[in-house]
Design a protein around this ligand. Structure first.
Ligand code: AMP
Length: 450
């Protein structure tokens, strides 16, 4: 398939020609008709897959020329670098179309941006905070937004933008198309999808980019998290084989928990990265892992995205990703540059179903390895693994008909006051003994007579 097979305009085709792009990338091919259909879209794709054009080509194809002041397309991205990059990409595509594009981001003079916005625009690319500020100050009207794109949602969630996004959704027109791109799927990303999307269509590129033949995949069935830790300690003790190991975990909590446990066994050989660690800490951890100074790196999906490290001997999935795409991204970190890599996945009973989904996506089975006899099966459970105890006796819940006695604490003096109405009324009442209202002739008369 070439770009000519898509329903593109001559102007867009000419711009693509200038760029030297003939063939749509898989995500571009898949997204085009879905975005064109006007339905909500969730795309799972990493940077470098051509995802910007995957949403921008159909959007530009649909955008009609207009002289109206207010933007019709809003693209939200997590960082200023990305604003600049996305604006640049859109500009390249729109060489032959009359479209006004502006990028806005925090940390720069808002007044200059207000002036730019005031000149009228069609597409605005923004970081959430600055966009909200501009909208609240009334410099920017969002009432004409027809298409909302949220790019790199996983990074946005990781940077704590949820609240700001929610504020923005509140001031956008209800009738609009939502398009979202994320490299990884996390619980937070799922939450936001269920919050704002209506029956979204999913497009994703399943392939990790690395031929699966280069990766030997294996699976261990394990009882629980701490049994996984025991197994890891057993496996990683073999330094000769496990030379450069990237361990994936589902979240920060798990990363810290694992790192803490490893202190007793691999403290000098292990680093960790997740979004609660400072940028410097993360950079140092990555450097140490890359240089070989440290053999083991624990990472969450989002954090590992930017990693470009060769020669990883093993990827170990400490948890089983619910989204098979995440698994593909993870294992694609090994077996690169024609080298052989190994990927292991540690699975509890609850995670079996996710393994089936992964296998269905890859159209192949992962080899089952025997659980080593020497590894102890732990009975310790993480807070998440502990069974939810049904409340049999809850002292704070009282049966309805039980008599209620005095509260345990006496109320403080100031809280004991009864609301007597406004202060003014009370003062008047004190003065005249009963409330005096204007025009109460009889009352006034009576007083005079006295
Ligand atoms: P992105 O994933 O959007 O960050 O894009 C990664 C890079 O691929 C960008 O520099 C694009 O200009 C480039 N690109 C996008 N689409 C294509 C294509 N169909 N063929 C070749 N390169 C492309």
């Amino acid at each position: 398939m070439t770009f000519r097979d898509l329903n593109l305009s001559t102007q867009l085709l000419n711009a693509l020609d200038d760029l030297g792009y003939e063939i749509p990338t898989p995500i571009q091919e898949q997204s085009f008709s879905v975005v064109m259909s006007g339905k909500d879209v969730v795309g799972i794709a990493q940077t470098g897959t051509g995802k910007t054009y995957a949403y921008m080509l159909p959007i530009l194809r649909m955008l009609r020329y207009s002289v109206q002041q207010n933007p019709r397309v809003l693209v939200l991205v997590p960082t200023r670098e990305l604003v600049v990059q996305v604006v640049d990409e859109i500009e390249k595509l729109s060489t032959y179309i009359n479209v006004r594009i502006t990028g806005v981001y925090g940390g720069t003079n808002i007044n200059t941006q207000k002036q730019t916005v005031a000149q009228g625009l069609d597409i605005i690319v923004a970081t959430p905070g600055r966009l909200y500020d501009l909208a609240v100050s009334r410099a920017l009207q969002l009432k004409s937004i027809q298409k909302l794109v949220i790019d790199e949602v996983d990074v946005m969630m990781d940077l704590g933008f949820l609240h700001q996004l929610m504020n923005i959704f509140d001031i956008l027109p209800q009738q609009r198309q939502n398009i979202m791109f994320s490299a990884t799927m996390t619980e937070e990303v799922e939450d936001i999808i269920s919050e704002i999307f209506v029956n979204p269509k999913k497009v994703s590129i399943a392939k990790s980019g690395t031929p699966l033949e280069n990766i030997k995949q294996g699976l261990y069935s394990t009882a629980n998290f701490y049994t996984k830790v025991n197994l890891l300690e057993h496996l990683l003790a073999n330094e000769e084989e496990f030379q450069k190991v990237l361990l994936f975990v589902a979240n920060k909590r798990m990363a810290d928990r694992l790192f803490e446990r490893f202190e007793r066994t691999f403290s000098e050989q292990c680093a960790v990265i997740h979004s609660n660690k400072t940028q410097n800490y993360r950079l140092r951890s990555i450097e140490q892992f890359e240089s070989g100074e440290q053999r083991i790196l624990i990472a969450t999906d989002v954090m590992a995205r930017g990693l470009d490290i060769d020669d990883i001997s093993h990827v170990i999935n400490v948890d089983t990703p619910t989204y098979p795409e995440n698994y593909m991204h993870r294992i694609g970190r090994t077996g690169r540059a024609q080298k052989q890599g190994v990927s292991l996945i540690l699975v509890t009973e609850q995670e079996e179903e996710s393994v089936e989904n992964i296998e269905a996506l890859m159209e192949m089975k992962i080899e089952r390895f025997d659980f080593p006899d020497r590894v102890e099966i732990s009975t310790e459970l993480t807070p998440e693994e502990q069974p939810k105890i049904k409340e049999i006796y809850n002292p704070t819940k009282r049966p309805k008909d039980e008599e209620t006695g005095a509260a345990f604490h006496e109320k403080k003096e100031k809280n004991r006051k009864v609301n007597l109405g406004g202060k003014y009324k009370r003062e008047i009442k004190k003065k005249y003994k009963k409330p005096k209202t204007r025009g109460d002739k009889n009352y006034n008369k009576k007083r005079k007579r006295k």
